[in-house]
Design a protein around this ligand. Structure first.
Ligand SMILES: [Zn+2]
Ligand SMILES: [Zn+2]
Length: 392
């Protein structure tokens, strides 16, 4: 058995010189993610959710031809540097919900594309609206030996619980049995999600949804698997044969950009007692519901009830977002230590202190202990780590 760090929701800004995810940085490219961003962050595995774009699949094929990637017999693609690429497709269902299907092979990507082709406007672009229902996509994923996952399940605009339903069971009925994996999204954590009853049997993922290189791995998972391939990932996410998610690492939900309700009229994040569905300042009911507020509305329990097998959730913040760490300090640290996850998780504070000074070592210590002060995000604005939140 081996323990692997994985970020399973990364977008592609451009491929074959053309835009894929319009809102993403053009520099966010397949080769860069695999050969630069992943090793720098310390990720063993990356899930590319734009693999269904015809531009991206063409690049995967090109890398296979060049030997920069090798397709594994048990699914997945291994790079020369040992990074495992998991291909995936994030799309928007007819209902407006974002879903991800992780697919094992090049052939399955082609099968996915064949189905999607006549149902989207543009086969090159990321996260297209597909003329297919959630249930159609669940079935498609299952027919293609994929792993189905609701993306950022609680976000107001595109999350399944954020915009579609209070109870999956009421919409999906029996078919809820196909739902095994849920992505928490930046604005939620395990404590929040475990206030729902129907997802107790689900595996939770904490992924970055990165639209730029620096955000790759801003959230990640530690996975226990037999070896690096798709079949093992499937076992891991199904919590089978000793494979499982060992831990989730994510930003404090308050840092997420949809954590609390937001009034566009007042341009204000509302921090009053949740749930806020009406602006207390102007009475506006057209607010952007916060993820926390939404969970308070739909929850079954007043406090989290974790199933026994639920792994711990650790609050982590990318080094670049910590107070006092600018590009210079960041590069200095990465020049000495192997990668960012090592720095966040393991490197001795004394050693960090010798390179970057005591204040920065103390900030990293406080992050490890979950002791940094935070002001909440909402309505599309990220929360912030408070400047002098570090207790020296
Ligand atoms: Zn999405
Ligand atoms: Zn996404």
């Amino acid at each position: 058995m081996t323990s692997l760090f994985a970020d399973l929701h990364i977008h592609i800004g451009s491929a074959k010189g053309k835009a894929v995810k319009i809102t993403a940085s053009r520099q966010l490219q397949l080769r860069t993610i695999i050969y630069h961003d992943a090793p720098r962050k310390g990720l063993d595995m990356v899930g590319i959710v734009d693999s269904g774009s015809t531009l991206v699949s063409a690049e995967i094929e090109e890398m296979l031809a060049d030997g920069d990637l090798v397709e594994l017999e048990k699914g997945g693609f291994i790079a020369r540097n040992g990074v495992l690429l998991i291909s995936a497709c994030e799309v928007e269902s007819r209902e407006g919900v974002h879903i991800i299907s992780y697919l094992p092979t090049m052939q399955r990507i082609r099968d996915w594309q064949a189905y999607i082709k006549s149902r989207v406007h543009n086969t090159r672009l990321s996260t297209q609206k597909v003329d297919a229902s959630i249930l159609d996509l669940i079935m498609l994923s299952s027919q293609l030996d994929g792993i189905f996952c609701f993306a950022h399940a609680f976000t107001p605009h595109k999350g399944v619980y954020g915009m579609w339903t209070d109870k999956l069971a009421s919409k999906l009925g029996e078919d809820i049995r196909h739902i095994k994996v849920l992505e928490l999204g930046l604005s939620a954590d395990t404590d929040m999600a475990d206030m729902l009853e129907e997802t107790r049997g689900c595996t939770f993922l904490s992924n970055s949804d990165a639209h730029s290189s620096p955000n790759v791995g801003r959230e990640y998972n530690l996975l226990r698997m037999g070896e690096k391939n798709f079949q093992e990932l499937r076992l891991c996410l199904a919590n089978k044969n000793g494979r499982r998610v060992l831990a989730n690492y994510g930003m404090h939900p308050s840092l997420g950009k949809y954590h609390r309700s937001f009034c566009p009229g007042c341009d204000k994040i509302i921090t009053d007692e949740p749930p806020i569905s009406l602006c207390p300042l102007c009475g506006n009911s057209k607010i952007v519901m916060g993820v926390f507020d939404r969970i308070v509305v739909i929850r079954d329990y007043d406090s989290p009830r974790h199933p026994n097998e639920r792994p711990p959730y650790y609050y982590r913040i990318p080094l670049k977002d910590l107070p006092g760490i600018g590009p210079k300090t960041y590069n200095k640290l990465l020049g000495v230590f192997p990668n960012e996850i090592e720095l966040i998780e393991k490197i001795l504070l004394e050693d960090i202190s010798m390179v970057a000074g005591g204040t920065i070592a103390a900030t990293i210590r406080d992050m490890r202990l979950g002791r940094l002060g935070i002001s909440a995000g909402g309505g599309g604005k990220y929360g912030k780590v408070k400047k002098d939140s570090s207790n020296q």
